[in-house]
Ligand binder design. Structure first.
Ligand SMILES: [Zn+2]
Length: 428
Protein backbone atom coordinates (compact mmCIF):
# COMPACT_ATOMS: atom_id res chain seq x y z
CA UNK A 1 0.00 0.00 0.00
CA UNK A 2 2.78 2.38 0.90
CA UNK A 3 4.44 1.62 -2.41
CA UNK A 4 1.24 2.27 -4.36
CA UNK A 5 0.65 5.49 -2.41
CA UNK A 6 4.13 6.70 -3.31
CA UNK A 7 3.55 5.98 -6.97
CA UNK A 8 0.21 7.77 -6.96
CA UNK A 9 1.83 10.76 -5.30
CA UNK A 10 4.66 10.79 -7.83
CA UNK A 11 2.11 10.85 -10.68
CA UNK A 12 0.13 13.56 -8.94
CA UNK A 13 3.25 15.71 -8.65
CA UNK A 14 3.98 15.16 -12.34
CA UNK A 15 7.17 13.29 -11.51
CA UNK A 16 6.28 10.51 -13.97
CA UNK A 17 5.81 6.85 -13.28
CA UNK A 18 9.07 6.43 -11.39
CA UNK A 19 9.31 2.98 -9.90
CA UNK A 20 9.13 2.92 -6.13
CA UNK A 21 10.80 -0.46 -5.93
CA UNK A 22 14.05 -0.70 -4.01
CA UNK A 23 17.43 -1.83 -5.30
CA UNK A 24 19.01 -4.63 -3.25
CA UNK A 25 22.74 -4.99 -3.69
CA UNK A 26 24.02 -8.41 -2.61
CA UNK A 27 27.67 -7.65 -1.88
CA UNK A 28 30.36 -10.24 -1.13
CA UNK A 29 32.32 -7.44 0.59
CA UNK A 30 31.50 -3.90 1.65
CA UNK A 31 34.21 -1.27 2.06
CA UNK A 32 32.36 1.69 3.55
CA UNK A 33 34.99 4.38 2.86
CA UNK A 34 35.56 5.16 6.55
CA UNK A 35 36.22 2.02 8.56
CA UNK A 36 39.21 -0.32 8.26
CA UNK A 37 36.89 -3.30 8.60
CA UNK A 38 35.53 -5.09 5.55
CA UNK A 39 32.06 -6.53 6.07
CA UNK A 40 31.28 -9.71 4.14
CA UNK A 41 28.00 -10.98 2.63
CA UNK A 42 25.83 -7.91 3.09
CA UNK A 43 22.69 -6.51 1.52
CA UNK A 44 22.68 -2.76 0.92
CA UNK A 45 19.22 -1.43 0.15
CA UNK A 46 18.73 1.77 -1.89
CA UNK A 47 15.26 3.27 -2.05
CA UNK A 48 14.37 6.57 -3.71
CA UNK A 49 18.06 7.35 -4.13
CA UNK A 50 19.07 6.83 -0.51
CA UNK A 51 20.66 3.98 1.44
CA UNK A 52 17.87 2.78 3.73
CA UNK A 53 19.36 -0.45 5.12
CA UNK A 54 22.63 -2.35 5.43
CA UNK A 55 22.17 -5.84 6.79
CA UNK A 56 24.06 -9.12 7.03
CA UNK A 57 23.12 -11.88 4.59
CA UNK A 58 21.42 -11.64 1.24
CA UNK A 59 17.87 -10.31 1.72
CA UNK A 60 15.26 -11.78 -0.65
CA UNK A 61 13.65 -9.15 -2.88
CA UNK A 62 10.02 -8.05 -2.52
CA UNK A 63 7.92 -7.91 -5.68
CA UNK A 64 9.37 -5.31 -8.04
CA UNK A 65 12.70 -4.93 -6.22
CA UNK A 66 15.82 -5.05 -8.33
CA UNK A 67 18.70 -7.26 -7.20
CA UNK A 68 22.32 -6.51 -8.06
CA UNK A 69 24.43 -9.64 -7.73
CA UNK A 70 27.82 -8.53 -6.46
CA UNK A 71 28.37 -11.65 -4.36
CA UNK A 72 31.78 -12.22 -5.99
CA UNK A 73 32.75 -8.59 -5.72
CA UNK A 74 33.19 -5.58 -3.46
CA UNK A 75 30.84 -2.64 -2.96
CA UNK A 76 32.36 0.79 -2.34
CA UNK A 77 31.13 4.37 -2.11
CA UNK A 78 31.08 6.30 -5.41
CA UNK A 79 34.64 7.47 -6.12
CA UNK A 80 35.99 11.05 -6.16
CA UNK A 81 38.58 12.38 -8.57
CA UNK A 82 39.75 15.74 -7.26
CA UNK A 83 41.49 16.83 -10.45
CA UNK A 84 40.01 16.33 -13.90
CA UNK A 85 39.36 18.36 -17.02
CA UNK A 86 36.13 16.92 -18.39
CA UNK A 87 35.78 19.16 -21.43
CA UNK A 88 38.95 18.07 -23.21
CA UNK A 89 41.46 15.29 -23.72
CA UNK A 90 45.08 15.86 -24.70
CA UNK A 91 46.25 14.33 -27.96
CA UNK A 92 48.95 14.73 -30.57
CA UNK A 93 46.65 17.25 -32.25
CA UNK A 94 45.98 19.40 -29.20
CA UNK A 95 48.15 22.33 -30.24
CA UNK A 96 46.38 22.72 -33.60
CA UNK A 97 42.95 21.95 -32.12
CA UNK A 98 43.36 25.01 -29.91
CA UNK A 99 42.87 27.06 -33.09
CA UNK A 100 39.99 24.98 -34.45
CA UNK A 101 37.61 24.08 -31.64
CA UNK A 102 34.61 26.26 -30.81
CA UNK A 103 32.35 26.29 -27.77
CA UNK A 104 30.02 23.62 -29.17
CA UNK A 105 32.85 21.17 -29.88
CA UNK A 106 34.17 21.48 -26.35
CA UNK A 107 30.71 21.16 -24.79
CA UNK A 108 29.89 17.97 -26.70
CA UNK A 109 33.25 16.44 -25.82
CA UNK A 110 32.43 17.19 -22.19
CA UNK A 111 29.16 15.24 -22.38
CA UNK A 112 31.00 12.20 -23.77
CA UNK A 113 33.83 12.36 -21.20
CA UNK A 114 31.45 12.91 -18.28
CA UNK A 115 29.61 9.69 -19.11
CA UNK A 116 32.90 7.81 -19.48
CA UNK A 117 34.00 9.11 -16.06
CA UNK A 118 30.76 8.05 -14.38
CA UNK A 119 30.93 4.55 -15.89
CA UNK A 120 34.48 4.22 -14.51
CA UNK A 121 32.99 4.62 -11.02
CA UNK A 122 33.68 8.31 -10.38
CA UNK A 123 30.48 9.90 -9.12
CA UNK A 124 32.05 13.21 -7.98
CA UNK A 125 34.84 15.17 -9.63
CA UNK A 126 36.52 18.51 -9.20
CA UNK A 127 36.97 20.03 -12.68
CA UNK A 128 40.03 22.27 -12.39
CA UNK A 129 39.94 24.26 -15.59
CA UNK A 130 37.97 24.54 -18.78
CA UNK A 131 37.36 26.83 -21.71
CA UNK A 132 34.16 28.73 -22.52
CA UNK A 133 32.69 27.92 -19.04
CA UNK A 134 31.83 24.51 -20.54
CA UNK A 135 32.35 22.60 -17.27
CA UNK A 136 29.76 24.84 -15.61
CA UNK A 137 27.20 24.20 -18.36
CA UNK A 138 28.01 20.49 -18.10
CA UNK A 139 27.58 20.55 -14.31
CA UNK A 140 24.19 22.23 -14.69
CA UNK A 141 23.02 19.73 -17.33
CA UNK A 142 24.06 16.77 -15.13
CA UNK A 143 22.39 18.27 -12.06
CA UNK A 144 19.22 18.79 -14.10
CA UNK A 145 19.26 15.12 -15.17
CA UNK A 146 19.67 16.01 -18.86
CA UNK A 147 22.89 14.02 -19.36
CA UNK A 148 24.56 11.31 -17.25
CA UNK A 149 27.73 12.23 -15.44
CA UNK A 150 29.44 12.73 -12.11
CA UNK A 151 28.62 15.53 -9.69
CA UNK A 152 30.97 18.32 -10.78
CA UNK A 153 32.66 20.86 -8.54
CA UNK A 154 33.74 23.28 -11.25
CA UNK A 155 36.51 25.87 -11.27
CA UNK A 156 35.59 27.23 -14.70
CA UNK A 157 38.56 29.01 -16.27
CA UNK A 158 41.80 28.57 -14.32
CA UNK A 159 43.57 31.77 -13.27
CA UNK A 160 47.16 32.36 -14.38
CA UNK A 161 49.48 35.22 -15.29
CA UNK A 162 50.63 36.57 -18.68
CA UNK A 163 52.55 33.82 -20.48
CA UNK A 164 51.80 31.52 -17.55
CA UNK A 165 50.39 28.02 -17.56
CA UNK A 166 46.75 29.22 -17.75
CA UNK A 167 47.26 31.98 -20.33
CA UNK A 168 45.05 30.61 -23.14
CA UNK A 169 46.99 32.51 -25.83
CA UNK A 170 50.48 31.07 -25.28
CA UNK A 171 52.17 30.27 -28.57
CA UNK A 172 49.82 32.33 -30.70
CA UNK A 173 51.24 34.34 -33.59
CA UNK A 174 51.16 38.08 -33.01
CA UNK A 175 48.51 38.55 -35.70
CA UNK A 176 45.96 37.03 -33.31
CA UNK A 177 44.73 39.37 -30.56
CA UNK A 178 46.29 37.89 -27.44
CA UNK A 179 46.28 40.04 -24.34
CA UNK A 180 43.65 38.44 -22.11
CA UNK A 181 42.78 39.92 -18.71
CA UNK A 182 41.05 38.88 -15.49
CA UNK A 183 37.80 38.00 -17.26
CA UNK A 184 39.67 35.31 -19.20
CA UNK A 185 41.64 34.26 -16.14
CA UNK A 186 44.89 36.18 -16.69
CA UNK A 187 46.03 38.46 -13.86
CA UNK A 188 49.09 40.62 -13.24
CA UNK A 189 48.37 42.42 -10.01
CA UNK A 190 46.52 42.19 -6.73
CA UNK A 191 43.61 44.13 -8.25
CA UNK A 192 43.45 41.75 -11.24
CA UNK A 193 43.56 38.78 -8.89
CA UNK A 194 40.52 40.01 -6.98
CA UNK A 195 38.64 40.77 -10.18
CA UNK A 196 39.40 37.33 -11.64
CA UNK A 197 37.97 35.59 -8.56
CA UNK A 198 34.86 37.78 -8.64
CA UNK A 199 34.46 36.98 -12.34
CA UNK A 200 34.51 33.24 -11.52
CA UNK A 201 31.73 33.90 -8.99
CA UNK A 202 29.75 35.66 -11.71
CA UNK A 203 30.44 32.75 -14.09
CA UNK A 204 28.96 30.27 -11.61
CA UNK A 205 32.17 28.51 -10.54
CA UNK A 206 32.20 26.38 -7.37
CA UNK A 207 35.90 26.65 -6.62
CA UNK A 208 39.03 28.54 -7.73
CA UNK A 209 42.06 27.18 -9.56
CA UNK A 210 45.33 29.07 -10.00
CA UNK A 211 48.47 28.04 -11.85
CA UNK A 212 51.14 29.05 -9.35
CA UNK A 213 54.02 27.74 -11.48
CA UNK A 214 54.75 26.76 -15.06
CA UNK A 215 53.24 23.55 -16.38
CA UNK A 216 54.13 20.70 -18.69
CA UNK A 217 51.64 21.03 -21.52
CA UNK A 218 51.54 24.81 -22.04
CA UNK A 219 53.49 26.26 -24.95
CA UNK A 220 56.21 27.80 -22.77
CA UNK A 221 59.74 26.90 -21.83
CA UNK A 222 59.68 26.47 -18.06
CA UNK A 223 57.51 23.87 -16.36
CA UNK A 224 58.31 24.77 -12.78
CA UNK A 225 59.03 28.52 -12.35
CA UNK A 226 56.95 30.60 -9.92
CA UNK A 227 54.37 32.61 -11.87
CA UNK A 228 52.49 34.48 -9.14
CA UNK A 229 53.79 36.75 -6.41
CA UNK A 230 52.84 35.66 -2.92
CA UNK A 231 50.89 38.92 -2.64
CA UNK A 232 48.81 37.99 -5.70
CA UNK A 233 48.10 34.54 -4.26
CA UNK A 234 46.99 36.09 -0.96
CA UNK A 235 44.64 38.37 -2.91
CA UNK A 236 43.15 35.35 -4.73
CA UNK A 237 42.70 33.41 -1.50
CA UNK A 238 41.24 36.25 0.60
CA UNK A 239 38.78 37.17 -2.17
CA UNK A 240 37.88 33.51 -2.65
CA UNK A 241 36.99 33.26 1.05
CA UNK A 242 34.50 36.15 0.63
CA UNK A 243 32.59 33.95 -1.81
CA UNK A 244 32.99 30.65 0.03
CA UNK A 245 35.48 29.25 -2.50
CA UNK A 246 38.36 26.94 -1.77
CA UNK A 247 41.51 27.46 -3.85
CA UNK A 248 43.47 24.79 -5.73
CA UNK A 249 46.99 25.63 -6.89
CA UNK A 250 48.70 23.88 -9.77
CA UNK A 251 52.38 23.93 -8.74
CA UNK A 252 55.44 21.95 -9.85
CA UNK A 253 58.43 23.99 -8.57
CA UNK A 254 59.47 24.18 -4.91
CA UNK A 255 59.37 27.98 -4.65
CA UNK A 256 55.90 28.28 -6.26
CA UNK A 257 54.59 25.51 -4.00
CA UNK A 258 55.79 27.35 -0.89
CA UNK A 259 54.37 30.68 -2.04
CA UNK A 260 51.00 29.03 -2.68
CA UNK A 261 50.97 27.28 0.71
CA UNK A 262 52.00 30.45 2.57
CA UNK A 263 49.41 32.34 0.51
CA UNK A 264 46.74 30.09 2.00
CA UNK A 265 45.61 27.76 -0.81
CA UNK A 266 43.74 24.58 0.15
CA UNK A 267 45.35 22.08 -2.24
CA UNK A 268 48.62 21.73 -4.13
CA UNK A 269 48.15 19.96 -7.47
CA UNK A 270 51.05 17.85 -8.89
CA UNK A 271 53.63 19.17 -6.37
CA UNK A 272 56.41 17.64 -8.46
CA UNK A 273 59.53 19.31 -7.06
CA UNK A 274 58.19 19.79 -3.53
CA UNK A 275 61.08 20.06 -1.05
CA UNK A 276 61.25 19.19 2.66
CA UNK A 277 60.41 22.75 3.66
CA UNK A 278 57.33 22.67 1.41
CA UNK A 279 56.16 19.40 2.98
CA UNK A 280 56.69 20.81 6.46
CA UNK A 281 54.69 23.93 5.57
CA UNK A 282 51.86 21.84 4.15
CA UNK A 283 51.69 19.72 7.30
CA UNK A 284 51.68 22.80 9.53
CA UNK A 285 48.86 24.42 7.58
CA UNK A 286 46.86 21.31 6.74
CA UNK A 287 47.23 21.89 3.00
CA UNK A 288 46.22 18.84 0.98
CA UNK A 289 48.36 17.33 -1.77
CA UNK A 290 46.66 16.06 -4.97
CA UNK A 291 49.48 14.13 -6.66
CA UNK A 292 48.08 13.31 -10.14
CA UNK A 293 50.68 10.56 -10.67
CA UNK A 294 48.63 9.40 -13.70
CA UNK A 295 49.37 12.64 -15.53
CA UNK A 296 53.08 12.39 -14.82
CA UNK A 297 53.20 8.81 -16.06
CA UNK A 298 51.16 9.59 -19.13
CA UNK A 299 53.24 12.54 -20.33
CA UNK A 300 56.46 10.61 -19.69
CA UNK A 301 55.19 7.66 -21.75
CA UNK A 302 54.06 9.86 -24.65
CA UNK A 303 57.37 11.76 -24.61
CA UNK A 304 59.18 8.55 -25.63
CA UNK A 305 57.81 9.33 -29.12
CA UNK A 306 59.93 12.34 -30.18
CA UNK A 307 57.09 13.65 -32.36
CA UNK A 308 54.17 13.40 -29.96
CA UNK A 309 54.56 16.72 -28.13
CA UNK A 310 55.45 20.16 -29.52
CA UNK A 311 59.26 20.60 -29.19
CA UNK A 312 58.93 23.06 -26.27
CA UNK A 313 56.80 20.56 -24.27
CA UNK A 314 58.80 17.33 -24.64
CA UNK A 315 61.75 18.13 -22.35
CA UNK A 316 59.32 19.18 -19.61
CA UNK A 317 57.34 15.95 -19.97
CA UNK A 318 60.55 13.88 -19.68
CA UNK A 319 61.63 15.77 -16.56
CA UNK A 320 58.34 16.09 -14.66
CA UNK A 321 56.82 12.72 -15.51
CA UNK A 322 58.90 10.30 -13.46
CA UNK A 323 59.35 12.69 -10.53
CA UNK A 324 55.71 12.86 -9.37
CA UNK A 325 55.46 9.29 -8.07
CA UNK A 326 58.69 9.70 -6.11
CA UNK A 327 57.42 12.95 -4.61
CA UNK A 328 54.11 11.31 -3.73
CA UNK A 329 55.95 8.48 -1.92
CA UNK A 330 58.04 10.98 0.03
CA UNK A 331 55.14 13.31 0.89
CA UNK A 332 52.92 10.42 2.01
CA UNK A 333 55.68 9.08 4.25
CA UNK A 334 56.24 12.57 5.67
CA UNK A 335 52.56 12.75 6.66
CA UNK A 336 51.27 15.29 4.14
CA UNK A 337 47.49 14.96 3.73
CA UNK A 338 46.54 13.41 0.37
CA UNK A 339 43.48 13.60 -1.87
CA UNK A 340 43.01 11.29 -4.88
CA UNK A 341 43.34 13.17 -8.18
CA UNK A 342 44.54 12.29 -11.65
CA UNK A 343 44.48 15.35 -13.96
CA UNK A 344 42.51 13.16 -16.37
CA UNK A 345 42.03 14.96 -19.64
CA UNK A 346 45.81 14.77 -19.77
CA UNK A 347 45.52 10.95 -19.54
CA UNK A 348 42.42 9.33 -21.04
CA UNK A 349 38.96 9.79 -19.55
CA UNK A 350 37.68 6.60 -17.97
CA UNK A 351 41.16 5.46 -16.91
CA UNK A 352 41.09 7.50 -13.68
CA UNK A 353 41.22 4.43 -11.42
CA UNK A 354 44.73 3.51 -12.59
CA UNK A 355 45.87 6.14 -10.05
CA UNK A 356 45.04 3.64 -7.26
CA UNK A 357 47.73 1.24 -8.49
CA UNK A 358 50.23 4.10 -8.78
CA UNK A 359 49.47 5.24 -5.21
CA UNK A 360 49.79 1.72 -3.82
CA UNK A 361 53.08 1.33 -5.71
CA UNK A 362 54.12 4.59 -4.04
CA UNK A 363 53.63 3.06 -0.59
CA UNK A 364 50.04 3.89 0.38
CA UNK A 365 48.00 0.93 1.68
CA UNK A 366 45.02 0.04 -0.57
CA UNK A 367 42.44 0.84 2.12
CA UNK A 368 43.89 4.30 2.61
CA UNK A 369 44.01 4.91 -1.15
CA UNK A 370 40.28 4.09 -1.22
CA UNK A 371 39.58 6.45 1.69
CA UNK A 372 41.39 9.38 0.04
CA UNK A 373 39.11 8.79 -2.96
CA UNK A 374 35.88 8.58 -0.91
CA UNK A 375 35.28 9.90 2.63
CA UNK A 376 38.31 12.23 2.78
CA UNK A 377 37.42 14.29 -0.33
CA UNK A 378 33.72 14.20 0.64
CA UNK A 379 34.64 15.93 3.89
CA UNK A 380 36.98 18.35 2.10
CA UNK A 381 34.15 19.37 -0.24
CA UNK A 382 31.59 19.56 2.60
CA UNK A 383 29.59 16.79 0.92
CA UNK A 384 30.11 14.18 3.66
CA UNK A 385 26.50 14.46 4.87
CA UNK A 386 25.44 13.03 1.48
CA UNK A 387 28.24 11.01 -0.10
CA UNK A 388 31.70 9.51 0.39
CA UNK A 389 30.71 6.60 2.61
CA UNK A 390 28.26 3.70 2.76
CA UNK A 391 25.88 4.40 5.65
CA UNK A 392 22.13 4.52 6.17
CA UNK A 393 20.82 7.95 5.16
CA UNK A 394 23.58 8.65 2.61
CA UNK A 395 22.79 8.89 -1.10
CA UNK A 396 22.91 5.64 -3.04
CA UNK A 397 26.06 6.56 -4.94
CA UNK A 398 27.75 3.21 -5.09
CA UNK A 399 30.33 1.36 -7.10
CA UNK A 400 31.09 -2.33 -7.44
CA UNK A 401 34.28 -4.04 -8.52
CA UNK A 402 35.00 -7.74 -9.09
CA UNK A 403 37.03 -9.56 -6.44
CA UNK A 404 38.83 -7.82 -3.59
CA UNK A 405 40.65 -4.53 -4.27
CA UNK A 406 42.59 -4.90 -1.02
CA UNK A 407 44.28 -7.98 -2.53
CA UNK A 408 44.51 -6.63 -6.09
CA UNK A 409 44.13 -2.86 -6.31
CA UNK A 410 43.77 -3.04 -10.12
CA UNK A 411 40.24 -4.36 -9.47
CA UNK A 412 39.39 -0.65 -9.12
CA UNK A 413 40.04 -0.37 -12.88
CA UNK A 414 37.33 -2.97 -13.64
CA UNK A 415 34.24 -1.27 -12.21
CA UNK A 416 31.22 -3.48 -12.88
CA UNK A 417 28.46 -1.59 -11.05
CA UNK A 418 27.65 2.11 -10.86
CA UNK A 419 24.63 3.68 -9.19
CA UNK A 420 23.85 7.40 -8.87
CA UNK A 421 20.67 9.52 -8.95
CA UNK A 422 18.64 6.37 -8.11
CA UNK A 423 19.72 5.01 -11.48
CA UNK A 424 21.85 1.93 -12.15
CA UNK A 425 24.21 3.08 -14.93
CA UNK A 426 26.20 -0.14 -15.03
CA UNK A 427 25.25 -3.58 -13.68
CA UNK A 428 27.36 -6.73 -13.29
ZN1 LIG B 1 45.04 19.92 -14.51
Amino acid sequence: MRRLGGLALALLLGAGAASQAATLIHAGRVIDGVSDTVKTNQTVVVDAGKIVAIEPGFRAPAAGDRVIDLKQGTLLPGLFDMHVHLTGEYSKNSEIEDYKLNEGDVAIDGVVYAQRTLLAGFTTVRDLGDEYRASIALRNAINAGKVPGPRIVAAGKAIGTTGGHADPTNGWARKFPANPGPEDGVVNSVEDARKAVRQRYKDGSDTIKITATGGVLSIAKNGANPQFTEEEIRAVVSTARDYGFKVAAHAHGAEGIKRAVRGGVDTIEHGTFMDDEGMKLMKERGTFYVPTISAGNWVYTQAQDPNFFPPVVRPKALQVGPQIQATFAKAYKAGVKILFGTDTGVSKHGENAHEFKLMVDGGMPAMEAIRVATSVPAKFLDLDDKVGSIAVGKLGELVGVPGNPLEDITAMERVSFVMKDNTVYKAP
